[in-house]
Ligand binder design. Sequence first.
Ligand SMILES: Nc1ncnc2c1ncn2[C@@H]1O[C@H](COP(=O)(O)OP(=O)(O)OP(=O)(O)O)[C@@H](O)[C@H]1O
Ligand SMILES: [Mg+2]
Length: 273
Amino acid sequence: MQQKPEKPVKSVKSAKPAKPFKNIIAVANQKGGVGKTTSVINLAAALSKRRKKILVVDLDPQGNATTGCGIEKNQLDHSIYDVLINDVNIDECIITSNSCGFDLLPANRNLAGAEIELVEAENREYKLKNALAKISAQYDLIIIDCPPSLSLLTINGLAAANFLLVPIQCEYYALEGLSDLLNTVERLKISINPDIEVLGLVRTMFDGRNNLANQVSAELVKHFPKKLLSTCIPRNIRLAEAPSFGISAVKLDQQALGSRAYIAMAKEIVRLL
Ligand SMILES: Nc1ncnc2c1ncn2[C@@H]1O[C@H](COP(=O)(O)OP(=O)(O)OP(=O)(O)O)[C@@H](O)[C@H]1O
Ligand SMILES: [Mg+2]
């Protein structure tokens, strides 16, 4: 395991007894800026509070989940790039972090190169899946933060996952992108990962004063009655400013409306799993 640069670290607890491991969630939506990373970090923090041992996998070359956990992404010894491309042992790349409350497989801009390098690789869709198989028994849940594209990186995330969680911002183009994503998942089920299942769609940055947001939300309720999470994440300033402190909003201010929503969402997800 590598250590979080210049901050105290705690050791990883010993592995739990082997059990059928079906708890890998990919958080994906090819639309940018819809709250994927915010959802990953705050969900991970909320589940950690429930004494779950969580690993967050940053699968985005932007490295937002890494920065959001207070990790200096340009000073990493190893990152997810090394796992996917250089066959570095995943154990050596995971950061255990006191301040976040969960472990992190970090990313930085090197990962952008992986997209091209993977094209030639054998088993290119399964690189992440194979790496996670080595450590998954150590965690109650692994949450993957996918980039805003339906690229080979996202395919790696979806191939590794049992579940897909889709953050949706209730605005005009939201539903258009959603059908592309759900079609991709259906194709993936046939060819790459028959196990993957949509865990839920979650409304993010919701503002109930906005008519369009209410209309889109009503459409989601109508079309996805079984998959739409009842928890709705409000637009909340604490969620937006927490990354600048390098911690989750749940950890920064658990009474904030946004934090409370993610704590409720964690409860709902535990029930679903
Ligand atoms: N509920 C919220 N209330 C207020 N601001 C939010 C909320 N959720 C996310 N944000 C802010 O919106 C921006 C986009 O969120 P985030 O980075 O989580 O989206 P993303 O889908 O991961 O983006 P990308 O597609 O670029 O990876 C960020 O500045 C974030 O702080
Ligand atoms: Mg993101």
